[in-house]
Design a protein around this ligand. Sequence first.
Ligand SMILES: Nc1ncnc2c1ncn2[C@@H]1O[C@H](COP(=O)(O)OP(=O)(O)OP(=O)(O)O)[C@@H](O)[C@H]1O
Ligand SMILES: [Mg+2]
Length: 313
Amino acid sequence: METAIKLNHVSKSFGKRRVVDDLCLETHTGEVFGFLGPNGAGKTTTIKMLVGLIDFDEGEISVCGADIRRQFEKAMANVGGIVENPELYRYMTGLQNLRQYARMRKGVTEERIREVVELVGLTNRIHEKVSKYSLGMRQRLGVAQSLLHHPKVLILDEPTNGLDPAGIRELRDILRNLAHRENVCVMVSSHLMSEMQLMCDRVGIIVKGKLLQVTSVEELIHQTKGNAGRYRYLVDSAAHAAEVLRREGQECLQSDEHTLDITLTGEDVMGTLLKLNRALFTAGVGVYTVSPAETQRLEDAFIELTKGETQIA
Ligand SMILES: Nc1ncnc2c1ncn2[C@@H]1O[C@H](COP(=O)(O)OP(=O)(O)OP(=O)(O)O)[C@@H](O)[C@H]1O
Ligand SMILES: [Mg+2]
């Protein structure tokens, strides 16, 4: 795992309005990082700075160790991105578009073109004109295009905008594969919490230009209050499990022969769950699942974190 993007106290103003405010952030190769924030939070502005489309006022940005100001070309060689819509020629086929784009980049081979087409799952339709593509197919072609030069960082601003649920899922799989199999750092922005929850490994929440926190998706869901609550166990023997849990000092409520509810309080909910699961396992209890009894979604966590901040600044 290497550092992909590093923002160090970065600020940006438009006139008197400070749109990005003292942002510090580090992302890694091999992860899908989500940039989550309400409308006007500064996501697109930050992404534009990262892909070199606009300059910033204060701080430093580097990509794979290359300072974006002092080593611009080197930094940009490691970035692929789509801000707003991918630029495509509709009267050309998908393949012609990629070849056209490849001419502007050094060292993109036919082999690489085939590879990226395969990566985004467009092999069967690559000889059709882009004007006949659906929105989802154009998005895929856009992703393929941004990957041609082998960037270690792929940055996409609201990539699922306008896609239907199936399209979102397909894009999500493509992006997760890129990160987890090809070791790319994929950075996506969105204001849709539910989507981020499924797509990302870590999420940074930005509100009014400030980064409120960076956490793993699980942590974010678990740490919010209201969820430090009930968990439900599905086990082979609830009676046996109850005995083990009580021995660990954990109160529990058995609702049928396979179901047990517990309530966790205190700081370290995850730590407690780990301890209890180990005890159950050691005692030979068969655990099918353990899940938050009221599954709190990232959305609730997000709203809780940003409460009172829903007005566009
Ligand atoms: N070129 C510009 N000139 C002046 N103000 C700008 C410019 N670009 C963005 N802004 C302002 O900066 C703030 C952040 O905008 P930005 O587009 O980064 O938000 P965002 O998080 O991408 O929001 P959304 O979810 O709506 O896309 C907004 O208040 C916006 O009006
Ligand atoms: Mg935006």
